[in-house]
Design a protein around this ligand. Structure first.
Ligand SMILES: [Zn+2]
Length: 389
């Protein structure tokens, strides 16, 4: 098979070792502290001939951008992964979260699935590409970002880069159980606040009850039809009222109530239009309820991201992936990735594919299967060779 030479460089032992080493860097975000892990990855890549640079985010945080130079006859290809992880949480772990234990064919620890296993697979794929004597017609770019789990600051710091804007594709090794994911729903979190006037609870007519106004607002929100087209992969728009806070004491009329709502949008939905619909609800209630006063603040705003399955680079990726690992299919992921930053700002086709299990992400006793990392590394190496050599 044409990729045998590349595959001979993909070693299970090395994959497990690299993933375990990465897990041992505690990159819990906040605060992140990703710089040490980024420098560790840079050293590995520099030994292979990559040129590394860092985008600093303060003292202890950085995003790595490393280039393996090609002749420039074809546009570059980018591998991308985030270095930060979510907190280990209060639950007991059988395998310590930052121990990087290797057993039962798995690497255990926080971030093994999301997504240090994916980064390890990309590092080993980069090694296969760099050491197999291929002559590259385009650059292979390796991105290891900071801050994905909170505000995507690493990805955002890359959007003005010309080398990425002209890339054939950005491949993101988030946990998809080695399925190809092209679409993700957007994230839109409105926080509603209603304002009233306090009074003694025994004389409510002297005050204005902010909780009652919030009840009216939330009922109106539930009744309002949000227009969208269901998407064949991303599915439907969803909305869930998830927190509510108001009042101080049983005998005091509340002057403030705050509620937050988690909305997930599908490709085709415009967040500006959604916000003006929410503004419309407030205006309707202002006209209906005497002294009604409310404000809306958006606390998280990531547009839906959608790469077409008809993009030639996507077709090529699938073709190569299926020849390397028969059975690879197009799937969907429930979470948002850095594609939400890259796709709208740069329009670069973005393919999400990685060895982790999305159900284990953010869970105690997270692990990644070494055999799955091997499959991903082979796919990444073969795709890089097909697109760049
Ligand atoms: Zn992730």
């Amino acid at each position: 098979m044409e990729y045998e030479r590349l595959f001979s460089k993909v070693s299970e032992d090395e994959l497990a070792k690299l993933c375990a080493e990465l897990v041992r860097f505690d990159t819990t975000n906040p605060p992140g502290n990703e710089r040490a892990a980024a420098e560790w990855a840079a050293r590995y890549l520099e030994d292979l001939g990559f040129e590394a640079e860092f985008v600093p985010h303060g003292e202890s945080r950085a995003t790595l951008v490393a280039h393996l130079k090609g002749s420039g006859d074809v546009p570059p290809l980018a591998f991308n992964g985030h270095l930060d992880v979510v907190p280990a949480g209060a639950q007991e772990w059988k395998h310590p979260p930052f121990g990087g234990e290797i057993s039962e064919g798995k690497v255990w620890g926080r971030g093994s699935s999301d997504m240090k296993g994916g980064i390890a697979a990309m590092l080993v794929a980069a090694k296969a590409v760099a050491t197999s004597g291929l002559s590259l017609k385009g650059d292979l770019i390796f991105l290891a970002t900071s801050g994905e789990e909170l505000d995507m600051m690493g990805a955002k710091s890359l959007t003005s880069r010309k080398d990425l804007a002209k890339a054939q594709a950005i491949i993101i090794a988030e946990p998809t159980d080695n399925e190809v994911v092209l679409t993700e729903r957007g994230v839109f979190w409105p926080e509603f606040t209603t304002y009233g006037k306090t009074a003694h609870g025994s004389t409510p007519e002297l005050g204005h009850n902010a909780i009652k106004d919030m009840m009216a607002l939330l009922l109106e929100l539930e009744k309002t039809e949000i227009p969208y087209e269901p998407h064949p992969v991303a599915g439907r728009f969803s909305m869930s009222i998830n927190t509510i806070n108001g009042g101080v004491k049983t005998n005091v009329v509340p002057d403030k109530c705050v509620a937050t709502v988690d909305m997930r949008t599908v490709p085709g939905q415009d967040h500006e239009a959604l916000l003006s619909q929410l503004d419309g609800i407030v205006k309707r209630l202002e006209a209906k309820i005497h002294n009604f006063k409310a404000s809306i603040r958006i606390t998280n705003d990531l547009p839906p991201a959608d790469t077409s399955p008809d993009e030639p680079v996507v077709k090529r990726f699938l073709e190569v992936a299926q020849s390397v690992a028969p059975g690879v299919k197009v799937g969907k992921a429930p979470f948002a990735t850095e594609a939400a930053v890259f796709v709208p700002s740069m329009g670069v086709p973005t393919i999400i594919f990685g060895p982790g299990d999305p159900r284990l992400a953010h869970q105690p006793d997270e692990y990644v299967e070494i055999s799955k990392m091997t499959t991903s590394a082979r796919v990444f190496a073969a795709v890089a060779s097909a697109l760049l050599a």
